[in-house]
Design a protein around this ligand. Structure first.
Ligand code: COA
Length: 685
């Protein structure tokens, strides 16, 4: 093997050369990788004993993209375009041999190769829109040439990778290699290409599919049904693919590059790139390094077959874990299990799962009414009614029936995890695992670290979160932890605003315009107004009390803040407006018009203020963790980075000023940062 530089090497197998990239962790296209690739391609071209090249990567993946950390900085050394030019000018066939994830720039490199082979577990995609970008290395010009316009539009605007089988079906790769046999299979493919005298097949020259698609009204159809909300990048991606059909290749590349540069400089992309790194930072716990041993988990127990318990069971079943779910009464258990089956059946009907996948997942979930059936579980999560005494009883029982080293987790959304831990003889093995509804869909998992939670237990929960596709964020014990604690502030202020004259529909509209998928009142109708509401204790003092008292519990009862007529779309309700008027009359308040700006500030600023308190109390490790919570659990628009990122853009002293105007208590941390002209990001720096 001949080393080219620290991250690239050349090897030979007869007349076939291997260009090998080895740049951990994900072989991103850093300056060194670009330099190495160009030098290696040059050597191969000049070597008369080589007649084909296989481009392959060591480590866990093929090139996973451009080096995102270079964005926003001056780029040194050869550009990505130089790499592509060196591949495009090659006179010997290049075969990209793909394993892991060929994403973004990785797939763009692979598309410059003349042939592609991928391991069956490989995934290929252009996820740039998730970073507020469009592909900048010819992805929007080469992909439609390989797989046609319609499929390219779908892949590029969704950013969703496809698996090797689909890639083969689409014509993105030429062959699937059996697992673990990529290099040998690539050699066989190279030899076949040589033996057949197959031509150098440059993607850029292949206009066949474009010519076919050019005559179709594909773009008009696509734009009509597209719904990207306020995300700008997908719309730009469509323009780039359109350019591929309208312009000669080199002009198309220029067009794409110009759009890429504009996007890279856009506030949306800056925010989305921040969110990407924030998510990765959240996985790091300063006093629990990555090599902290974790507890092996093979069997999961769940107590409670309600909506949350069943959703959590599905999360684990989807990742292949066997689960035992325990309920008190057989009929409630049965209802839960059939809800799970129903959910899987729906996924089959929507084409998201094959019938076989659905039945395999269902089969992993066993029901029982005996807590003793949890005795072999390594982790037991309780998801019972949100009351301390009930949960304490459950924990005491679990402590008796569970293996001595089993981890006990609570899915509480606001109760004191330390108090719960005290109901057991193993507080070091207790923690919170707060899933968000619907648990099988929402990506956030707040991992609540109790005073006594052992580091191995915390490390185990973080590892599990990743295994089941969740974004785990460590939070401290305190009412509502991070997410709900901030949500509570927004809800409180929303209730205030409606008693001053803003309608629920106005508030919802302003927050939807800001980028949330729904506003607070729509969210409440969806979750159920009676969540945590107790009829016997209701004093009819708030709008929510009064609506609940007359049976308006939200969507499920056909009425809540909104009216629902045979669907999920709420209609502003005269009943709700009447109750608001009554409550205002009781207060002696005269309605006034609140501007959209006031509604927005009074919704978001209390959250920012609370975020500062959370940081001050050490209940979140870093400001960016708070953003990760809101991005993944509450629908904060990714293009606005998260509450603290957003606050930093506005300027903290301006926010402090407004908070004073509204008469709220300013968080001492926010006040200090504002006075010092600093921002949340400075805290981690
Ligand atoms: N550029 C720079 N760094 C990158 C990177 C990229 N394109 N992709 C991943 N990384 C880094 C991460 O920041 C992380 O660094 P850290 O360990 O210092 O925190 C490390 O690589 C591992 O990433 P992680 O996401 O934790 O690993 P994973 O195995 O779960 O996922 C990927 C791997 C490649 C699927 C995922 O990282 C990913 O989606 N990357 C982005 C790919 C992309 O968008 N490419 C197009 C760029 S234009």
């Amino acid at each position: 093997m001949q080393s080219i530089n620290t991250v690239t090497a050349l090897a030979r197998e007869g007349t076939i050369a291997f260009v090998i990239v080895n740049s951990p962790p994900v072989n991103a296209l850093s300056r060194l990788v670009r330099e190495g690739l160009i030098a290696a391609m040059d050597l191969v071209e000049r070597d008369d004993h080589v007649n084909a090249t296989i481009l392959v990567c060591d480590g866990r993946t093929f090139i996973a993209g451009a080096d995102i950390s270079e964005f926003g900085q001056v780029v040194h050394g050869p550009t990505f375009k130089d790499v592509q030019n060196s591949m495009d000018s090659a006179r010997k066939p290049i075969i990209a041999a793909i394993h892991g994830t060929a994403l973004g720039g990785g797939l763009e490199v692979a598309m410059c190769a003349h042939y592609r082979i991928a391991e069956s577990s490989a995934r290929l995609g252009l996820p740039e829109v998730a970073l507020g970008l469009v592909p900048g290395g010819g992805g929007t010009q080469r992909l439609p040439r390989l797989i046609g316009v319609e499929r390219a539009l779908d892949m590029v605007t969704s950013g969703r990778p496809i698996d090797a089988h689909k890639a083969f079906e689409y014509g993105l790769i030429d062959k699937i290699a059996p697992e673990g046999q990529l290099r040998n299979a690539a050699i066989r493919l190279a030899r076949k290409v040589l033996a057949d005298g197959a031509p150098i097949r440059r993607t850029r020259d292949n206009d066949e599919k474009l010519a076919r698609d050019r005559l179709q009204p594909i773009f008009a159809r696509f734009r009509q049904k597209a719904n990207f909300g306020k995300f700008e990048a997908p719309y730009d991606a469509v323009r780039c693919i359109e350019a591929a059909t309208d312009l000669p290749f080199d002009k198309g590349i220029e067009f794409e590059r110009a759009i890429f540069e504009t996007r890279k400089a856009s506030p949306q992309s800056a925010a989305q790139r921040y969110a990407f790194f924030a998510e990765r930072k959240a996985a790091k716990i300063p006093d629990v390094p990555n090599d902290t041993p974790s507890v092996p988990i093979s069997h999961i127990g769940i107590i409670g077959a309600g909506t949350m318990g069943c959703g959590i069971a599905m999360c684990f079943a989807n990742a292949g874990f066997p689960i035992t779910i325990v309920e008190r009464a057989p009929d409630i258990l049965e209802r839960g299990l059939s809800a799970i089956k129903g959910n899987y059946n729906q996924s089959v009907m929507r084409g998201r799962l094959s019938p076989e996948q659905a039945s395999n997942r269902s089969r992993l979930i066993t029901g029982s009414i005996l807590p003793t059936d949890l005795s072999s579980c390594d982790l037991i999560i309780e998801a019972v009614f949100e009351r301390m005494d009930i949960k304490q009883d459950v924990f005491a029982t679990l402590d008796r029936v569970a293996k001595p080293d089993a981890i006990l987790a609570t899915n509480t959304s606001y109760l004191d995890v330390n108090t719960l831990a005290q109901s057991t003889t193993r507080p070091d093995r207790v923690l919170g695992m707060h899933f968000f509804s619907p648990a099988n869909i929402m990506k956030l998992l707040e991992i609540v670290r109790g005073d006594k939670t052992a580091k191995t237990v915390l490390a185990t929960a973080m590892r599990l979160a990743k295994q089941i596709g969740k974004v785990g964020v460590v939070v401290g014990v305190g009412p509502g932890f991070v997410g709900n604690r901030m949500l509570f502030q927004r809800t409180r202020e929303a209730q205030e605003m409606i008693l001053e004259g803003a309608t629920p529909w106005e508030i919802d509209r302003v927050l939807k315009d800001f980028g949330f998928p729904m506003g607070p009142f729509q969210m409440s109708d969806l979750a159920g107004l009676d969540l945590g509401w107790v009829r016997e204790e209701s004093k009819g003092a708030t709008l929510r009390d009064r609506l609940n008292e007359i049976g308006r519990h939200g969507q499920k009862s056909g009425a809540g803040y909104y009216d629902y007529v045979g669907g999920r779309k709420g209609i502003p309700s005269a009943v709700t407006e009447q109750i608001i008027r009554e409550l205002m009359a009781l207060k002696g308040a005269t309605p006034r018009k609140l501007s959209d700006q006031e509604i927005l500030q009074r919704s978001i600023y209390p959250m920012i203020n609370e975020a500062a308190n959370i940081l001050l109390e050490g209940k979140a490790l870093r400001a960016s963790d708070i953003d990760v919570v809101w991005l993944n659990g509450y629908g904060w628009p990714a293009y606005r980075g998260g509450p603290t990122y957003y606050a930093d853009r506005i300027g903290l002293s301006a926010i402090v000023g407004q908070i004073r105007n509204y008469g709220w208590a300013v968080s001492p941390l926010l006040e200090k940062l504002g006075e010092d002209g600093k921002c949340f990001a400075d805290l981690s720096a």
